[in-house]
Design a protein around this ligand. Structure first.
Ligand code: UTP
Length: 325
């Protein structure tokens, strides 16, 4: 089965890191966000990925082709006109009415995907949330979806739609997006997938929901760091470095150099990075970075950045150089 993965976005909320790297290539718990997604898709039997690329798309293409051998089709979305538009760009690559799985490129998930892909109906991934006001939610009758409500002021449902969509027959999805585009129906300036889904439900199409037990957002620095922590906790590997204290969970790339340091908990150290005389916790350090004589927490350090000195909370993009004190 094919999966569509839209990753064309600019990732503005993760600047400065996304100035030089696409969001989906940011390292979380030892591999890029999209690596976590691909591993789960392939394990569930997805054998072809249609990846919608745009901003820094060549980097995404190169990384995927280097690391995975399933069939990839890259579709370029030149203007970011919204998620529905991104999916519509793939219409030539879909055989009429074939089933389809769509997952947002910044959503790492834990779900029994094999069962989802066998669903007799189209079905949307949902997660119960305490405060639904920030999300699009699904109102159900216990079995099927009655309607979707974007960021509800009144508590109509706490089932947030989290970016995983399975379409049993994709034909009506493309026909509905076609309708949005030809009638210029936009919300907040974009062609929204939620608007297409709502029209499909109003037209009588059956949608059910499936529970996404683990949903790890990577869209903002805070959520990237908390996802890093959660994923590290799920896969604890112990490593020792002479003269260093390692507080699990951590991911330290095999070729990283760690000297006279306390690393962890909840810390990722990328490929080829060199850490000396440092204390680092709750942080992500990219590849080939150099971190010297510093105490860091709750920090994201880009690849090839050099950090020396003693600030305590910092967010620094690729190739930056900071020397304090
Ligand atoms: P987001 O709006 O959350 O991601 O879209 P973004 O645009 O990359 O991030 P910010 O808001 O600027 O910080 C969710 C997913 O949909 C893709 C994005 O790449 C992301 O993976 N997307 C969104 C597209 O591919 N095309 C679009 O037109 C819109």
């Amino acid at each position: 089965m094919k999966a569509i993965i839209p990753v064309a976005g600019v990732g503005t909320r993760l600047r400065p890191h996304t100035f030089s790297q696409p969001k989906v290539l940011l390292n979380v718990a030892g591999k890029p966000i999209i690596g976590h997604i691909m591993d789960k898709l392939i394990a569930a039997g997805i054998d072809e990925a249609i990846v919608i690329v745009g901003y820094l798309g060549n980097m995404v293409e190169d990384w995927l082709l280097k690391h995975y051998s399933i069939k990839f089709t890259f579709v370029h979305q030149p203007d970011l006109l919204g998620l529905a538009h991104a999916i519509w760009m793939c219409r030539q690559n879909i055989i009429e009415n074939e089933p389809l799985f769509i997952i947002l490129g910044d959503t790492i998930f834990d779900v029994d995907l094999e069962s989802v892909l066998k669903s007799p109906f189209s079905t949307l991934g949902v997660k119960e949330v305490d405060d639904p006001r920030r999300f699009g939610v699904a109102v159900t009758d216990g079995k099927k979806i009655l309607r979707l409500v974007e960021k509800p002021d009144t508590p109509v449902s706490n089932l947030a739609i989290v970016g995983l969509y399975f379409f049993r027959q994709s034909g009506s999805l493309f026909a509905t997006i076609d309708h949005l585009i030809h009638n210029n129906i936009k919300t907040k300036g974009e062609y929204q997938l939620t608007d297409a889904l709502q029209l499909m439900i109003e037209a009588g199409e059956t949608f059910t929901t499936f529970a996404v037990s683990g949903w790890y957002d990577c869209g903002k620095p805070d959520t990237l760091l908390s996802t890093n922590k959660t994923l590290l906790e799920k896969n604890i590997t112990t490593k020792e470095y002479p003269g260093c204290i390692i507080v699990d969970p951590v991911f330290i790339a095999d070729n990283a150099s760690i000297k006279n340091a306390i690393i962890g908990p909840n810390t990722t150290i990328g490929e080829g990075s060199r850490i000396t005389d440092a204390i680092i916790r709750d942080s992500i350090i990219g590849s080939e970075a150099r971190v010297v004589h510093i105490m860091l927490h709750h920090s994201i350090i880009g690849s090839s950045a050099i950090i020396a000195g003693n600030p305590h909370e910092i967010s620094v993009g690729d190739y930056s150089e900071i020397q304090v004190g």
